[in-house]
Design a protein around this ligand. Structure first.
Ligand SMILES: NC(=O)c1ccc[n+]([C@@H]2O[C@H](COP(=O)([O-])OP(=O)(O)OC[C@H]3O[C@@H](n4cnc5c(N)ncnc54)[C@H](OP(=O)(O)O)[C@@H]3O)[C@@H](O)[C@H]2O)c1
Length: 325
């Protein structure tokens, strides 16, 4: 089968298409013929081997896994003898569960118990492939503040993968949502359900006197120090990036002061998450925002685009499985 491989940490250009052995499912696994996958900021971090500490998980001398890609949608090609939930021909979508990867390929084997589910009715493979990364990370962030009706949440970076999911999920949980993004994304973010939107090129939300129960920094471009004055007493700044700074602050603020930094890591992807998202999609309450689609062979170009840190929502790779081996 064709797969995008890389053998050392480095820039996007180290990725290349190669013919590799097609995996064979074990008794408890399904073999999925992938129709679409994504390039995420997670893929970019793993490939670059950054932050350096992450190499403890992904391989100290070089990557342990040669194939990136953590989200997918496709069709079940074969099932192991013990698999009961899925059958050949089922359309499925899900996540390889974060630290594992392997979706930038024509086929992947996944345990039946992995974060994998039948595709929502009426969805394309491209749409379904982009559901399970940003949304599950947003869910983790929001779950850390026990979202509830009436809570005021500001989502900073509301136009990214985590941000577009964060706005929709916070609305679903009944929060009053203020979303912050740049001018070109105002309409999109409003269409996702934000109660109000702030264009950060025109207004600094930290200077308008408004305060929030939660500030969700969905794009890692803000900081607790700058946001603190915009938090209500007992409020929380939820981080998605800035590993060392925010982990230290999380520890510190858990003991001192009434405003907290929360940084829910490592990411935890479950089948329950994917089933929850499927339910929301089928109820018309969630959609994955897609910026661009590239064919698998243009993975380097797709990755360069993701690394501009300017994508809106998600970037999809289409995998045309035109060969049987
Ligand atoms: N915690 C975890 O386990 C984990 C896992 C994966 C990724 N991450 C991190 O999570 C963050 C978000 O990832 P993502 O994939 O959702 O991001 P993304 O999709 O790459 O974010 C792109 C968006 O960020 C916005 N943006 C760029 N600069 C900005 C700024 N200065 N202020 C506000 N918005 C800005 C841009 O929109 P505008 O033009 O509208 O500003 C763009 O639409 C990243 O820092 C990533 O490293 C964390």
């Amino acid at each position: 089968m064709r797969a995008v491989v890389y053998d050392r940490y480095g820039p996007p250009e180290i990725q290349r298409l190669e013919d590799v052995e097609r995996p064979v499912p074990k008794a408890d696994e399904v073999l999925v013929r992938i129709h679409a996958t994504t390039v995420t900021r997670t893929d970019c971090g793993i490939r670059a081997g950054k932050p350096i500490l992450a190499r403890l998980f992904f391989g100290l001398r070089g990557p342990k896994q040669r194939i990136l890609g953590t989200e997918l949608a496709g069709e079940v090609e074969a099932v192991g003898a013990a698999v009961g939930e899925f059958a050949v021909g089922d359309q499925v979508f899900g996540s390889t569960a974060g630290f594992r990867s392997g979706a930038h390929a024509e086929f992947i084997c996944m345990p039946e118990t992995a974060p994998l589910a039948h595709m929502p009715v009426g969805m394309t493979f491209e749409e379904a492939a982009a559901v399970s990364d940003g949304a599950i990370l947003a869910l983790m962030g929001l779950n850390s503040v026990h979202p509830q009706r009436g809570q005021t949440i500001l989502v900073y970076g509301a136009s990214g993968s985590i941000g577009t999911a964060g706005v929709q999920l916070a609305k679903h949980f009944g929060a009053d949502v203020t979303a912050v993004c740049s001018t070109k994304n105002l309409e999109l973010v409003r269409s996702l359900g934000a109660d109000r939107v702030i264009d950060y090129t025109q207004e600094d939300f930290t200077k308008n006197g408004q305060t929030y129960d939660v500030i969700f920094d969905a794009v890692g471009k803000h900081s607790f120090a700058r946001c603190k004055g915009s938090l209500k007493p007992g409020g929380a700044y939820v981080a998605t990036d800035g590993l060392f700074r925010n982990l230290t602050l999380a520890l510190w603020t858990s003991r001192i002061g009434d405003k907290k930094v929360l940084f829910p890591i490592p990411p935890h992807y479950t089948k329950a998450n994917v089933l929850f998202l499927k339910q929301l999609i089928e109820a018309g309450k969630y959609r994955a925002v897609i910026d661009r689609c590239y064919p698998l062979e243009d993975v380097v170009e797709a990755t360069r685009y993701v690394e501009t840190e300017q994508k809106t929502g998600n970037v999809v790779l289409t995998v045309i499985g035109d060969r049987a081996s």
